[in-house]
Design a protein around this ligand. Structure first.
Ligand code: PLP
Ligand code: TYF
Length: 390
């Protein structure tokens, strides 16, 4: 059995965590895994989350099973928070999942029910996308979305890929704060995507893992809503890992958008079927926290304010880094116009090794940097170390 298994490499981002931890250098800088850090380098539990946990400790009176669909009050509160009160919300139904990853996996499973379906994925993307969609047997086609050398977003190549797709094909879109590039697209580009989605009968699958860390919680859903308003059917995978800083609690949700209550029930029943066949039911704690935050006006306000300060810290680092890096490579002024925690720098794997060994700066070979890994006083030093290689 074991000897015949394929060799599997760890996810380079998760492998980097171990490498970083084993370096004893005091001035080391971790720009690797996509976790928010505050100005002191910590990833604190949000005060709104602590308050919700306190409330749960006081009031929770059972740990009995909930079911494969998870907590309906969590799903309902999250629906209204993420999608607002427009017509899209009325066309959605969802289930709670163990993180955004399981939401993507359930989505992949229902897409893969049609063996002829292809999913179109822009490059580069989050490495786990290829693993998730490949594992369920979907055909994957790629198109170039972003070029780190020029820092240009290729909306034209994306649109022409969608033009060549078949009706019923799925297209994977990052709702905001693109991982790994931070590349943002204009309202006009979202409208052009919406137009081709509607005309060709494509199924958008939104990966929404960073809402609130870009321009604002509401603003970060605007592009997605333009497309969902035009789509006949769609899927949305939501992660609460970053927006509520709940990473290890494995909190997320998967939604289907459809045209009738019968269709939506079928979508949810198929999500639940695939949940039962793998993890059975999602863990309760993270979703109970989110429900206790969103369902209480005081905690919700606290969460909105905390998320705003996380966003403004990332954006301050972004502006400072773009400013300094553009001295070495003027095209990197584009970093300022990107959003979320990531940017993809035009460095080689050799550059990445040099940065790690000489300067104690850690990033994956791809050159993706997590801006939240920098304290403001480290921006000059990091920019100089990186800039000299550009
Ligand atoms: N999608 C993207 C683009 C991500 O970066 C992540 C990050 O972890 C996820 C999905 C999955 O998040 P989760 O930890 O909630 O499974
Ligand atoms: O891209 C990131 O860094 C985050 C965290 O297998 C992550 O999405 C990275 C790899 C992985 C799971 C989560």
């Amino acid at each position: 059995l074991l000897a015949g298994l394929p060799d599997r490499k760890p996810d380079p981002l998760l492998a980097l965590l171990k490498k970083f931890a084993s370096n004893e250098r005091l001035d080391k800088i971790d720009l690797g895994v996509g976790v928010y850090r505050d100005g002191t380098g910590r990833t604190p539990v949000m005060a709104a989350v602590k308050s919700a946990e306190h409330h749960l400790w006081e009031t929770q009176d059972t740990k009995s099973y909930i079911g494969p669909e998870g907590d309906p009050s969590f799903v309902s509160l999250l629906t209204h928070e993420v999608f607002g009160e427009g017509t899209v919300t009325e066309k959605l139904a969802g289930v709670q999942t163990p993180g955004g990853t399981a939401a993507l996996r359930l989505s992949a499973e229902i897409l893969a029910h049609d063996k002829d379906r292809t999913i179109w994925i822009g490059t580069p993307t989050w490495a786990n996308h290829n693993a998730i969609f490949g594992t369920v047997g979907l055909s994957i086609k790629t198109y170039r979305f972003f070029d780190p050398r020029s820092q240009a977003v290729h909306v034209d190549e994306m649109l022409s890929a969608f033009e060549s797709a078949q009706s019923g094909d799925a297209i994977l879109l990052h709702a905001s704060c693109h991982n790994p590039t931070g590349a943002a697209i204009s309202k006009e580009a979202w409208s052009a995507i919406a137009e081709v989605v509607a005309r060709k009968g494509l199924i958008p699958l939104f990966d929404n893992a960073y809402q609130g860390l870009g321009r604002g919680f509401v603003q970060d859903a605007e592009g997605m809503l333009i497309v969902l308003n035009a789509a006949d059917e769609a899927i949305v995978a939501i992660s609460c890992s970053k927006s509520f800083s709940l990473y290890r609690e494995r909190t997320g949700a998967a939604f289907v958008l459809g045209n009738s209550a019968t269709d939506l029930n079928k979508g949810v029943a198929n999500f639940a079927y695939h949940a039962r066949a793998s993890y059975s039911m999602p863990p309760a704690h993270g979703a109970a926290i989110v429900a206790a935050v969103l369902g209480d006006p005081g905690r919700r306000k606290l969460w909105i304010d905390e998320l705003a300060s996380m966003r403004s810290r990332v954006s301050e680092i972004r502006t400072a880094l773009a400013d300094r890096l553009s001295i070495y490579a003027p095209r990197l002024s584009a970093v300022a116009g990107q959003e979320g925690m990531f940017s993809l720098l035009p460095v080689t794997p050799e550059n990445v090794t040099h940065l790690r060994e000489v300067h104690g700066i850690y990033m994956p070979d791809s050159g993706r940097v997590n801006l939240a890994g920098l304290r403001i006083e480290q921006v000059d030093l990091a920019s100089q170390a990186i800039g000299e290689l550009l």
